[in-house]
Design a protein around this ligand. Structure first.
Ligand code: SAM
Length: 231
């Protein structure tokens, strides 16, 4: 009984590792966030594998069903829509539930792409120590989130979607001083991959100069640690 936690591409299908591919071919069932997204990957690699969804709205009955499948001797894979499962998605809750009920379950990592690590690795900022903050809160605690970033001495990384990227960059402009360097990674590994570098005002200028119809995609924001705090 094994649950494989498999990283899938964040855009470029060439990033699916051969080990990930082999494991997907061998498991009995693939648990995914959105079956339509995962089926596209499976189809492009000609892997006709049954899938079931597990996402933030999944109920306890779904977790129980998955537990029963494992108890019946099936080997399962857990994947997310993109990148490494359980990074800013609900996978960890399922793993925790399964381990609580089946402490002998083998949970094996098949590592690979992750947007946060990719962004960090091209940022040029120190990644000896860094802080990952997931997505900024949408309402409550949003101001606190941005104010706290100003004082952090380590590199800060967080995710943002197309719906709130402009608002988030404007929020950052209100708290970051002009010496603080920022990198915004858009559509990593995809056709319209763009890395914006500069202080927050320069980045907003670059993004605002894009025609509205071109402002698409997924974003990772990386902020250099506060040099004054770092001493
Ligand atoms: N588990 C994923 C990982 O390991 O990267 C992250 C999942 S999180 C729900 C989705 C967010 O990751 C997006 O809103 C975006 O901020 C970021 N992201 C995913 N793919 C990306 C890409 N190709 N380029 C930039 N950011 C990306």
């Amino acid at each position: 009984m094994t649950l494989y936690i498999i990283a899938t591409p964040i855009g470029n299908l060439g990033d699916l590792s051969s080990r990930a591919l082999k494991t997907l071919e061998e498991v009995d069932l693939v648990l995914c966030e959105d079956t339509r997204v995962t089926k596209k990957i499976l189809t492009s690699f000609q892997i006709p594998k049954p899938t079931i969804s597990y996402h933030q709205h999944s109920k306890l009955t779904k977790s129980r069903y998955i537990l029963e499948e494992i108890k019946n001797g099936k080997n399962l894979a857990l994947v997310s829509d993109a990148g490494t499962p359980c990074i800013s998605d609900p996978g960890a809750k399922l793993i925790d539930y399964l381990l609580e009920n089946l402490p002998d379950l083998k949970v094996i990592s098949i590592p690979g792409p992750s947007a946060l690590i990719s962004a960090l690795s091209v940022s040029g900022f120190s990644a000896d120590k860094f802080i990952f903050l997931g997505f900024p809160p949408i309402k409550k605690k949003r101001n606190k989130f941005f104010h706290e970033i100003t004082d952090i001495e380590k590199t800060v990384v967080f995710y943002e979607s197309i719906h709130r990227i402009i608002k988030t960059l404007e929020n950052l402009k209100n708290v970051l001083d002009s010496e603080r360097r920022v990198v915004v990674c858009r559509e990593l590994t995809k056709k319209f991959e763009t890395i914006y570098r500069g202080n927050i005002e320069e980045i907003i200028e670059q993004i605002n100069s894009l025609p509205k119809e071109e402002l698409k995609g997924e974003f990772v924001i990386v902020i250099e640690g506060n040099p004054r705090r770092a001493g």
